[in-house]
Write a protein that binds this ligand. Structure first.
Ligand code: TZP
Ligand code: MG
Length: 225
């Protein structure tokens, strides 16, 4: 049986963004204690051995707190550590092949930047989509146009009538989370399931407090949704 994930506060890791002297694993655990509900391990420059070590240790921390762990890009690493899911991009392994390689209960997420990609993702049976870029970000070199909350709403229309979950990504901070969530609700009331955040949490000297602010905002939004 596929687990039901709480996508409210989806942390994507970014080791390069840690404040000087801040330990990666300590930051990860603090952010979970602050209210992160799902963790994606994203390692763009680690070699396989390093990625594996980080993923294993991160999984132990996530497991200790009952938070699911998703691996960016690497199906082999996800399999090796028994991750809860993988997150793929548009130029990664096709969803059907990823599905055939992974255990049936594995969550598969996909990054989407256009309404067409949303529809295709739903057809391909992904579990969730990462919709972006909402706003500008220094964390990743984004090339597709910024969507803003209204652009995110257009994308979410493509999920109406499906049970595909969604998180928005890029430039999301405690100060604009409510704007992102509120501004992206479709005319039919379809809303994001959560927000994905890197720098506002990972770059903080107090990731627990940073995560708490965003988690509280998402909770508040869901309470009134
Ligand atoms: N994918 C699209 S934008 C992005 C990723 C991984 C980075 C978002 O980072 P931040 O710091 O939350 O803007
Ligand atoms: Mg990718």
């Amino acid at each position: 049986m596929k687990p039901t994930l709480d996508y409210s506060l989806y942390l994507v890791t970014g080791r390069d963004l840690l404040p000087p002297g801040k330990d990666y694993f300590e930051s990860l655990e603090e952010s979970i204690l602050g209210g992160v509900t799902v963790v994606q391990i994203r390692e763009k420059s680690a070699d396989t051995g390093e990625f594996l070590t980080i993923a294993r240790q991160s999984k132990a921390i996530c497991q200790k707190h009952g938070v699911p762990i998703i691996i960016n890009d690497r199906i082999d690493i996800a399999l090796a550590i028994g991750a809860d899911g993988v997150h793929l991009g548009q130029t990664d392994m096709p969803i059907s092949i990823a599905r055939s390689l992974l255990p049936a209960d594995t969550i598969i997420g996909l990054s989407v930047n256009t309404p067409e990609q949303v529809r295709k993702a739903a057809e391909d049976g992904v579990d969730y989509v990462g919709v972006g870029p909402v706003w500008g970000t220094k964390t990743k070199n984004v090339t597709s146009p910024l969507l803003g909350p209204r652009g995110v709403a257009k994308m979410l229309e493509g999920l109406e009538g499906t049970d595909v979950k969604s998180v928005a990504i890029a430039g999301i901070k405690s100060t604009n989370t409510l704007h992102c969530l509120h501004g992206s609700v479709t005319k039919n009331g379809r809303a994001l399931d959560g927000v994905a955040v890197v720098s506002d949490i990972v770059g903080s000297t107090n990731p627990r407090a940073a995560a708490r602010k965003i988690a509280d905002t998402v909770k508040m939004f869901k309470a009134y949704e």
